[in-house]
Write a protein that binds this ligand. Structure first.
Ligand code: HEM
Ligand code: NAG
Ligand code: NAG
Ligand code: NAG
Ligand code: NAG
Length: 332
């Protein structure tokens, strides 16, 4: 019922009505930060957006399979820092410090050109309608599918931040590869993700590569690592800090461009590349889940999808908060 049709004409009761309505709206909103994401957000405003995103990701992955891994990681690093709001995509300027040079990202995150290419195609199709945050969410799903992983429906309606948070990205909100199991569980819990979600999401390391600097300590000093595997990796990653830091190794030595459960099989034989990989199977509380995923690819796919949806619903900007960026690299 519209407020104007309330019988009372006293200004007291009409402002009481407005207050009651405001409180009601607040209550409806509380704790349901993802309530406004939906399957059909763009079905009238940009019906072809999903096909457009997919076509660009498809040609990028055909050219370089690893780029699918890089895009998936961008989404993770975006979502953990103040929610899935495209904040990671913002470039630094003389007066703006973004997240790209923070410890978790510097010299490491990649794939921004693909996001730009998608954005410019989508802007031609439906100008000012589709957020960069949604593009990243959909492109991540498409990357997983194109590399042989499971499909899921991505809810959309996210808007783009006008801010970034260097400090968060620089100080462990995104856990470092030196993390132990407790660190990992805590960092994911802080995002509303369970230990089970954390293990399933770590399965993303079935694709992509890491730099020597990310795994040096594990291959030289780790106790829970297969010696043959460690020696092989040491040949491409010198012991001395600063030497060969950017040399790359695949995260899944079996099928590095195929999204499957081999990552968990590797952990069973102590061939996780990062310390944070191997701690998932080192006599602790997550051992049995790693065993389950290693034997049951369907169980992994299903839990991975559940966790990706949860991560993707993390504190999105919706309604009139944030904006739809014209260019993913800068605020309007
Ligand atoms: C559990 C905690 C995690 C830690 C400590 C971690 C850490 C890392 C590190 C250190 C790298 C290599 C970066 C480099 O050396 O340049 C990496 C790569 C990667 N991470 Fe994670 N990660 C975690 C969880 C995740 C999650 C949740 C996802 C996505 C769902 C993900 C997806 C990836 C992908 C796909 C790559 C390869 C990227 C490429 O080849 O460009 N990671 N991760
Ligand atoms: C990022 O890496 C570059 C190149 O290694 C380095 O010069 C710069 O200081 C790093 N930035 C931060 C904020 O650590
Ligand atoms: C940035 O992230 C830190 C750490 O998570 C948080 O305490 C802080 O409130 C954030 N800053 C802004 C401006 O959102
Ligand atoms: C994990 O690492 C933290 C430091 O980040 C340390 O305080 C804690 O004792 C470690 N926990 C275990 C179980 O090793
Ligand atoms: C291995 O551990 C020792 C002792 O903690 C440390 O001094 C050394 O820098 C580590 N080596 C590597 C390659 O991380």
């Amino acid at each position: 019922m519209p407020l104007s049709s309330f019988p009372s004409s006293s200004s007291f009761s009409s402002s009481a009505n407005v207050l009651a309505l405001a409180v009601l709206l607040l209550l409806l909103n509380a704790g349901t930060s993802s309530a406004q994401l939906s399957d059909n957000f763009y079905s009238k405003k940009c019906p072809n957006v999903f096909n457009t995103v997919k076509s660009v990701v498809k040609s990028a992955v055909a050219k370089e399979p690893r780029i699918g891994a890089s895009i998936l990681r961008l989404f993770f690093h975006d979502c953990f820092v103040d929610g899935c709001d495209g904040s990671l995509l913002l470039d630094d300027t003389p007066s703006f410090l973004g997240e790209k040079t923070a410890a978790a990202n510097n010299n490491s995150v990649r794939g921004f050109e693909v996001i730009d290419a998608i954005k410019s195609k989508v802007e031609k199709l439906c100008p000012g309608v589709v957020s960069c945050a949604d593009i990243l969410a959909v492109a991540s799903r498409d990357s997983v599918v194109l590399l042989g992983g499971p499909f899921w429906k991505v809810k959309v309606g996210r808007r783009d931040s006008r801010t970034a948070n260097f400090t968060a990205a620089n100080t462990g909100v995104i856990p470092p590869p030196s993390s132990n199991l407790t660190n990992l569980i805590t960092a994911f819990q802080a995002q509303g993700l369970s230990a089970r979600d954390m293990v399933a999401l770590s399965g993303a390391h079935t694709i992509g590569k890491a730099r020597c600097t990310s795994f040096r300590d594990h291959i030289y000093n780790g106790s829970n690592i297969d010696r043959t595997f460690a020696s092989a990796r040491q040949r491409q990653c010198p012991r001395t800090n600063g030497v060969g830091d950017n040399n790359l190794a695949v995260l899944d030595f079996r099928t590095p461009t195929h999204f499957d459960n081999d990552y968990f099989k590797n952990l069973l034989i102590k061939r996780g590349l990062l310390n944070s990989d191997q701690v998932l199977f080192n006599g602790g509380s997550t051992d049995s889940l790693v065993r389950t995923y290693s034997k049951n690819n369907k169980a992994f796919d299903s839990d991975f999808v559940t966790a990706m949806i949860k991560m993707g619903n993390n504190k999105p900007l919706t309604g009139s908060r944030g904006e739809i960026r014209k260019n993913c690299r800068r605020v309007n």
